[in-house]
Design a protein around this ligand. Structure first.
Ligand SMILES: Cc1cc2nc3c(=O)[nH]c(=O)nc-3n(C[C@H](O)[C@H](O)[C@H](O)COP(=O)(O)OP(=O)(O)OC[C@H]3O[C@@H](n4cnc5c(N)ncnc54)[C@H](O)[C@@H]3O)c2cc1C
Ligand code: FES
Length: 339
């Protein structure tokens, strides 16, 4: 049976097919809601259930606390209606929901950027219309049916293909293949674009960007696009890694500092080596950002990287006055079949 979902905030109405999630149905109808992981872990798709009921969840909804559940919060990426529903959720501007495609691609380069990050370049078939927004991600579709999410790290013409920054995860199924057996000219399949981690054009407030490790990838694409568009808003990027050898794009970022007056960059090391002659910032990257910006009431924040970094940042930045609707994040959750 098909049900209707109405967004009380905007009056938007759309139908949901049996067993379809609210998020999938909204995307199919061309409506955009915030989301990132699509697996119930990151919480960026939270909305409020005002009336109606849902099917019992099939996946653990780790992003919802007891208090969230009591107050009627739901995860749009997991919620499947069992009646007509009225919800309340922030809706994205028209044009932010692009068609999702499944395409083959060929590996054109494998560049080891540092000891545990591979820059993988992928060429798409000619004459295929693949559109994405800088900051979005794709799912690599593996032969056994599993999928792995990676952010698109570049914003150039589609003829130049896609660039991914893939960190080697200990015992990682796909990242292990990337480091050990993937070769130039191999074919892969992917699906995308996914996610709503892109620059909001409705603001010219100073923008703080916080990246952890390969969380730099979507931020690099967003910055490349902003520089190309000659965006004047100020950007300050804080990039956290363990030690100096992990700063795999340090030269490029320093070059951008020279090139663009509105760009600042602060690298932050959490576990510097004893013999490292490092004179920069130490500690957790979000704490370094707070040392520079103790009052966050007049800024926008874009953050991407490991889930613990995003969780710590959310509460610390809210305490420093950040309006939660001005925080945009991509939490690099692990694939649900990983554990
Ligand atoms: C929206 C989104 C965008 C992402 N973008 C990127 C990106 O641009 N670059 C990137 O490197 N990663 C990115 N990730 C994370 C990446 O998808 C996962 O790390 C993925 O599980 C790696 O696949 P794998 O097959 O190598 O490891 P898996 O086989 O999935 O994992 C093997 C084991 O390692 C653990 N594990 C998995 N990932 C991590 C991790 N990151 N840190 C610590 N332990 C882990 C798992 O729990 C499991 O036990 C993104 C994730 C999301 C949701
Ligand atoms: S919890 Fe729904 S997108 Fe992450």
């Amino acid at each position: 049976m098909t049900f209707t979902v109405t967004n009380h905030k905007t009056g938007t109405e759309f139908s949901v097919e049996p067993s379809e999630t609210i998020l999938d149905a909204a995307t199919r109808h061309g409506f955009g809601f915030n989301y990132s992981c699509r697996s119930g872990s990151c919480g960026s798709c939270k909305g409020l259930l005002i009336s109606g009921s849902l099917e019992s969840p099939t996946e653990p909804q780790t992003a919802l606390s007891e208090a969230d559940i009591i107050s009627g919060q739901i995860l749009l990426c997991q919620a499947r209606p069992s009646t007509n529903l009225v919800i309340e959720a922030v809706e994205l501007p028209a044009g932010s929901s692009l068609p999702i495609r499944t395409l083959p691609c060929r590996v054109t380069a494998l560049e080891k950027a540092c000891h545990d990050v591979m820059v993988v370049k992928l060429k798409l078939p000619q004459n295929q219309d693949f559109r994405f927004l800088p900051g979005q991600y794709v799912d690599i579709l593996l032969r056994d049916g599993r999928r792995r999410s990676f952010s698109i790290a570049n914003w150039t013409s589609i003829e130049e293909g896609l660039e991914l920054h893939i960190r080697l995860v200990p015992n990682g199924h796909f990242s292990g293949q990337v480091f050990n057996s993937l070769k130039v000219r191999d074919l892969l399949r992917f699906q995308g674009p996914f996610g709503t981690f892109f620059l909001r054009e409705d603001s010219d407030q100073p923008t703080i960007m916080v990246a952890g490790g390969t969380g730099l990838a979507p931020i690099k694409a967003i910055l490349e696009s902003a520089f190309l568009d000659k965006t004047v808003r100020p950007f300050h990027l804080f990039w956290g890694v363990r030690n100096a050898r992990d700063l795999y794009a340090h030269d490029l970022l320093n070059q951008w500092v020279e090139q663009y007056d509105n760009f600042k960059y602060t690298p932050v090391l959490s576990e510097p080596q004893e013999n490292e002659s490092w004179t920069g910032e130490y500690g957790w990257v979000h704490e370094a950002a707070l040392r520079h910006f103790p009052d966050l009431s007049q800024v926008d924040v874009y953050a991407s990287g490991p889930p613990p970094m995003i969780e710590a940042l959310k509460s610390a930045f809210e305490d420093a006055g950040l309006a939660i609707e001005r925080l945009y994040f991509d939490s690099f959750e692990y694939a649900s079949d990983s554990a």
